[in-house]
Design a protein. Structure first.
Length: 278
């Protein structure tokens, strides 16, 4: 719980010390490349000409005041905005060699590769087992032994197995809020994604559950690329390698989190991270 009491400067100083002990580049390669991305809801332009490269097996945080376009930007990564009437996307998003925005792209397969965890836990009104097994079943896995192995491994990776292994037939709705969110993460992991999108995954949770989600993200980044939207500056500084600051639909600044929170280039970034507005 010590990290909960640290200020931004303390968190960044701790991360800088750890980074100095590392060698080599932060990322071996980029997973997602975004070029001139704009998103419209009718006549309203919510995201304005954003260009960004997101590294493999990094945690990238997106910060900014409410309504600045960061969640819309996040949902572009797996075409969730397609489900919104009147939404229109322009520009390019590349997931490795896949043209995400191409009409020829299989959106079901895309959302298997790019999973999403929402702000509030949204378990299905089913058992714990059936929640995690849902995705694999949709993608054709029927054998009970395969499903059992997938459910167990996914719950282990989501740091929930030890708490629920004796109650897999229990309703997911009976779990606590923090457990439900980790169950939703396990449900995403069960289809073996490459990228995890997290839209304020801890905003509805208590501090202890929030810390467990942050610790889980730090473990998962060994195998997954994670992009998180958060309003919590301390959380962004704690968990992320890179941070992008959005304002009024524009990407104002993007870089190493240690730089964004200590020596940002843009005055607007400095004003936001120091609490002058937002």
């Amino acid at each position: 719980m010590v990290k909960e009491t640290l200020g931004l400067k303390d968190i960044v100083a701790e991360k800088l010390t750890k980074r100095e002990a590392q060698s080599g580049p932060v990322s071996a390669n980029d997973t997602i490349s975004i070029r001139n991305l704009s998103v419209y809801y009718g006549d309203n332009q919510a995201v304005k000409n954003v260009t960004m490269d997101i590294g493999a097996r990094d945690i990238t945080a997106l910060i900014g005041p409410s309504g600045c376009g960061k969640s819309t930007f996040l949902r572009s990564m797996n075409r969730m905005n397609d489900l919104i009437l009147g939404a229109r996307t322009e520009g390019e998003i590349w997931l490795d060699a896949t043209d995400v925005l191409s009409p020829a792209t299989d959106v079901v397969e895309l959302r298997k590769r790019v999973g999403m965890v929402f702000q509030r836990p949204n378990p299905f009104p089913k058992s714990i087992f059936d929640n995690v097994a849902y995705g694999p079943r949709v993608h054709g896995i029927r054998r009970r032994d395969q499903l059992e192995e997938t459910v167990e491994q996914s719950l282990i990776r989501a740091a929930l197995w030890d708490e629920v292994k004796d109650n897999l037939n229990k309703s997911a709705m009976d779990l606590s809020g923090g457990q439900q969110q980790r169950l939703c993460i396990a449900r995403v992991l069960a289809v073996q994604p490459e990228v995890l999108l997290m839209d304020e995954p801890a905003s509805a949770l208590d501090p202890i559950s929030t810390l467990r989600i942050e610790e889980l993200m730090s473990e998962l980044k060994k195998d997954y690329t994670i992009i998180i939207v958060t309003h919590n500056m301390q959380q962004a500084a704690r968990v992320s390698t890179y941070t992008g600051f959005f304002l009024s639909g524009e990407l104002i600044e993007f870089g190493l989190s240690t730089t964004i929170f200590t020596t940002p280039r843009e005055k607007r970034t400095e004003d936001y991270v120091t609490g002058r507005f937002g």
